[in-house]
Ligand binder design. Structure first.
Ligand code: TA6
Length: 279
């Protein structure tokens, strides 16, 4: 069911809906690497310098960060979901949508890092102008657990200096560059000049990414926070799997759980969703 990509030998699913929307999802990381809304061009940034190697996360697309966001916890940065193989559970097509489901469950290796029995389901749905990514986390353990995480979405932009993000006015955020907390965004619209790394705490359910001739609506549910990240020129030079100028053509806007870990009692399931719509 999953086609082999010959360039890098990582298995991926090429999802196509009846109206021509397309997505590519690697089993490695359960990683959405490409999305074209129906009749439109690529909307996700994927680095040309991505290293397709076990143990290294794919740079771009939508890495799934689980069970840890960045260093908010005790295990490796952004958790292990993005560097582990997921299983393809099925692909479905209706008149309106195409959908693929992936699963990641605990192994002896993950148990050594994070001692819990879990199953995570990722559902990727495309159709028309929308890409929906749903994540559900089930606790199969006898004890409760808590996790942080994100759908670390790299959006492709034409020119970062001309892009704005609307919907974050008056929102409270932590500046991860300076470490300052309890800040409030006074600007009506967020523009990116230099390095930006912010966690909007209990962020809005909807923001809009706007460029000349293009608008992308970002919606989320279940994920309490929103992260906005661009490494800026200096930061980008230090990232070995990005071109030095790539900060100009990407911005990460991420449905995330950062500041308050999500608890999942034994036997229960948490659900979260992120939806992008090109307008
Ligand atoms: O989501 C933003 C962030 O946590 C930044 O602090 C930055 O480190 C970025 O993720 C990328 O992390 P990575 O481990 O993929 O290089």
């Amino acid at each position: 069911m999953a086609a082999i990509n010959n360039e890098n030998d990582f298995e991926k699913v090429d999802l196509v809906s009846q109206d021509g929307a397309k997505a590519e999802i690697y089993l490695y990381g359960g990683h959405v690497a490409s999305w074209h809304p129906a009749g439109e061009t690529e909307q996700l940034y994927l680095s040309n310098k991505t290293i397709y190697k076990n143990g290294t996360p794919i740079r771009g697309g939508i890495p799934v960060c689980f069970p840890q966001f960045n260093n908010y916890g005790t295990i490796m940065k952004h958790g292990f979901a993005r560097i582990n193989p997921w299983e393809l559970m099925g692909v479905k097509r209706t008149d309106l949508e195409a959908r693929a489901e992936f699963a990641l469950v605990d192994t002896t290796e993950t148990q050594k890092i994070w001692p819990f029995a879990f199953s995570v389901k990722l559902t990727v749905t495309i159709g028309g102008q929308t890409l929906r990514t749903e994540l559900s986390v089930t606790n199969n353990d006898r004890k409760p657990f808590a996790f942080t995480g994100a759908l670390h979405t790299y959006l492709l932009v034409n020119d970062i200096s001309k892009m704005t993000i609307e919907g974050l006015h008056k929102c409270m955020y932590k500046d991860s560059v300076t470490g300052k907390t309890d800040l409030v965004q006074n600007e009506e619209e967020l523009t990116i000049q230099g390095e930006v790394d912010r966690v909007y705490i209990n962020g809005p359910r909807e923001v809009t990414i706007r460029e000349a001739g293009r608008k992308l609506k970002f919606k989320s549910e279940g994920f309490k926070d929103i992260v906005v990240w661009n490494p800026g020129p200096e930061g980008c030079k230090g990232i070995k799997d990005m071109e030095p100028e790539d900060y100009r053509r990407m911005v990460c806007v991420e449905a995330a759980i950062v500041m308050e870990p999500q608890e999942v009692p034994s036997g229960k399931t948490w659900h979260g969703m992120q939806e992008l719509t090109a307008i």
